[in-house]
Design a protein around this ligand. Structure first.
Ligand code: RRO
Length: 308
């Protein structure tokens, strides 16, 4: 079964990669992704300075999903700029996830990271977990200003990781922004921000930062992820490649993302829970689903969701 895919002109040997944040902070984790069946290596979103992140516990998994408030723990962009050329030896695309605590940070980081020539840059406009910092992707004007500046300093393809939108008007507002700033792919969606999980036995929240509020991931967010993939697929007439993220636990979940219009998927919660073996399992499950359905490739079923 041919599970390869192409995003913004870059060839991927498969269609399942890690989501930024999941097992991709340290050199050892990034190299392990390189050796795994992941079709790409996506870095943790990087900031100007190294960060420890928020106090623990800051991640909690439960049967229907996960909640996190990691707070951008990462090595700082200088470390990733050094690592990226080495990671390319694994022979799969390297995606640098760029974040920042203010607009100027994104520009400084993108300028330097571009010199290390990742295959793609994913600009994270949707971290929900920095106290006092709203998700940029919910502000169309701020997103446009930032993306226009980042675009200017990049020579590699630029994509954007967006937050989930819950109203079609907000998705429609982003379309001209993404067009005018030359965005070449979308990663949809980041975690569903500012959820709250309660443990009724201990009568407490389950993570420490921000009074227990954090980004939701895993199976419970799949319908929101699929809706955003489908909405943007339709808004762009299928011309803008989309990486679907949210609720992938089985090969069938990936098939659903592909039907909605995704060209590839990223895995977060399941990768944290299950480890790198998730890539092998999901690849086999997806191949079996596509074969049973009579599709010969990712491309063959992409966007083919039927309406009633
Ligand atoms: O580090 C985090 O707390 C985090 C980030 Br940057 C993000 O983009 N999404 C998320 O769920 N957590």
């Amino acid at each position: 079964m041919n599970l390869s895919t192409t995003i913004a002109g870059v060839q991927f040997p498969g269609c399942i990669m890690n989501a930024a944040g999941a097992r991709c902070v340290t050199q050892a984790e990034l190299e392990a992704l390189g050796r795994s069946r992941a079709c790409a290596i996506v870095t943790k979103s990087m900031t100007l300075e190294p960060r420890q992140g928020n106090p623990e516990p800051r991640y909690y998994g439960f049967p229907s999903g996960s909640i996190n408030s990691m707070g951008l723990p990462n090595l700082g962009y200088r470390a990733y700029a050094k690592l990226i050329p080495e990671l390319k030896r694994f022979g799969k695309p390297v995606i640098a996830s760029v974040a920042g605590l203010c607009e100027a940070d994104f520009i400084s980081i993108a300028t330097v990271i571009n010199e290390s020539q990742p295959d793609l840059v994913e600009v994270n406009l949707s971290c929900p977990n920095i106290p006092g910092k709203p998700q940029i992707g919910y502000d169309a004007e701020a997103s446009e200003r930032l993306l226009a500046r980042v675009r200017k300093v990049l020579t590699v393809p630029m994509g954007v990781k967006l937050p989930p939108y819950f109203d079609p008007v907000h998705q429609e507002q982003m379309v001209p922004v993404l067009e005018r700033t030359g965005v070449q792919f979308l990663s949809l969606i980041n975690s569903v921000g500012n959820g709250l999980v309660v443990d009724p036995v201990s009568e407490t929240v389950v993570i420490k930062p921000k009074g227990g509020f954090g980004g939701l991931g895993g199976p419970l967010i799949k319908p929101v992820a699929l809706a955003n993939v489908r909405a943007f697929w339709k808004l762009f007439g299928g011309r803008l490649p989309i990486i679907g993220t949210g609720g992938v636990v089985t090969g069938t979940d990936i098939f659903e993302h592909l039907l909605c219009g995704a060209s590839a998927v990223q895995i977060g919660t399941v990768l944290v829970d299950e480890g790198l073996a998730a890539f092998d399992r999901l690849e086999q499950e997806l191949a079996a689903v596509l074969e049973a359905k009579g599709y010969g490739s990712v491309e063959a079923c992409r966007g083919k969701l039927k309406e009633l």
